[in-house]
Design a protein around this ligand. Structure first.
Ligand code: UDP
Ligand code: MG
Length: 311
């Protein structure tokens, strides 16, 4: 039986880009031999005619399917919906604006099909054409993630990738609602081949991810894939407590030996330092439990099996 490839395309107000996308896809799909396609378009409750364009596509050709959300749930939720609905043996995710060049799909498919890799993912080798402030902040974010997260979040990585069915099923098994897909792709493991290409400008329209959402995206990434902030707070708590104890002892001994402090000072210092230290330490302990609880609540699978002789 021939392979089936699912293409997932999240869209938010993409009426200007979809016609270009369609043309490009037709070209790319025609270049495949003996492969069937399914294109799942996800409409994030667009305010323009994106949905009616999708409906027209579907009427014309049933390989185009669409899912339309009741409001904008964000790109990560769109990708999740697409992955859940996908039926292909291989699944690719690409942006509607042609910043993820569909012409790479063939090479990606052949690499994954050969069995050596489970996934081929794309990254931008440069950030040409992007506002400088955004580039600087994005780079800083990826550096920070590399330091505080146990999972590899590649700088310049896009969500553009083609994956095996097995990897897609693993991704779907992570049901957390605050989805940071770049982290999830890395968390599930599997062998990924990275291909690099130079940045392309979107074919039409404007970015749908303003700076404000880019910030909340970064914050979501940090919180979803690192408990470092909580753990750091708890270490600060323990450190403060011990520093407070030592200084309290110093104040007491100094007073016993020198008898020169202003009346009331030693006792007041003892109360303040001990009180503050204790409070910080308690916060620290709570932080440790919270970090653990946070991971438990996500209820991620304990492991993902790639191969086994047991059925
Ligand atoms: N997108 C979406 N929901 C959103 C924002 C964006 O589905 O709330 C889609 C958008 O239509 C596009 C892709 O996600 O297909 C990437 O968005 P965009 O090109 O605006 O982001 P950028 O490339 O500027 O980071
Ligand atoms: Mg884009």
């Amino acid at each position: 039986m021939s392979d089936k490839i699912t293409l997932i395309i999240p869209c938010y107000n993409e009426e200007d880009t979809l016609p270009f996308m369609e043309k490009e896809l037709e070209k790319v799909m025609a270049s495949f031999e003996d492969v069937s396609f399914e294109v799942i378009l996800i409409d994030n409750c667009s305010e323009d005619s994106t949905l009616s364009y999708m409906k027209k596509l579907h009427e014309r050709n049933s390989i185009y399917q669409y899912i339309s959300f009741s409001r904008n749930f964000g790109k990560d939720s769109s990708m999740y919906a697409g992955l859940k609905a996908s039926t292909g043996d291989y699944v690719a995710i690409l942006d509607a604006d042609l910043q993820d060049p569909p012409e790479f799909l063939k090479e990606m498919y052949e690499t994954v099909r050969s069995g050596e890799y489970d996934c081929v993912a794309a990254r931008r080798g440069d950030r040409q054409g992007e506002p400088w402030l955004r580039s600087v902040l994005a780079k800083a974010f990826y550096k920070l993630m590399a330091m505080i997260s146990d999972y590899e979040i590649v700088d310049g990585a896009r969500d553009f990738r083609l994956m095996s069915r097995q990897m897609v099923d693993a991704i779907i098994s992570l049901e957390e609602s605050e989805r940071f897909s770049k982290g999830i792709f890395s968390w599930v493991g599997f062998k990924t081949k990275w291909i690099s290409f130079s940045n392309r400008e979107r074919v039409a329209g404007d970015t749908k991810l303003p700076m404000k959402s880019a910030f909340s995206y970064a914050l979501r990434g940090i919180v979803a894939f690192s408990t470092f902030p909580l753990v750091a707070v708890s270490w600060i708590g323990f450190f403060t407590f011990f520093a407070a104890i030592i200084y309290t002892l110093y104040v007491i001994i100094h007073q016993l030996v020198m008898h020169e402090a202003t009346p009331g000072y030693p006792s007041m210092m003892c109360v303040i330092l001990f009180g503050f230290g204790l409070t910080f330490m308690i916060l620290g302990i709570i932080g440790q439990y919270l970090a653990q609880m946070y991971l438990e609540i996500k209820n991620r699978p304990r492991y993902i099996i790639k191969e086994s002789s047991i059925r």
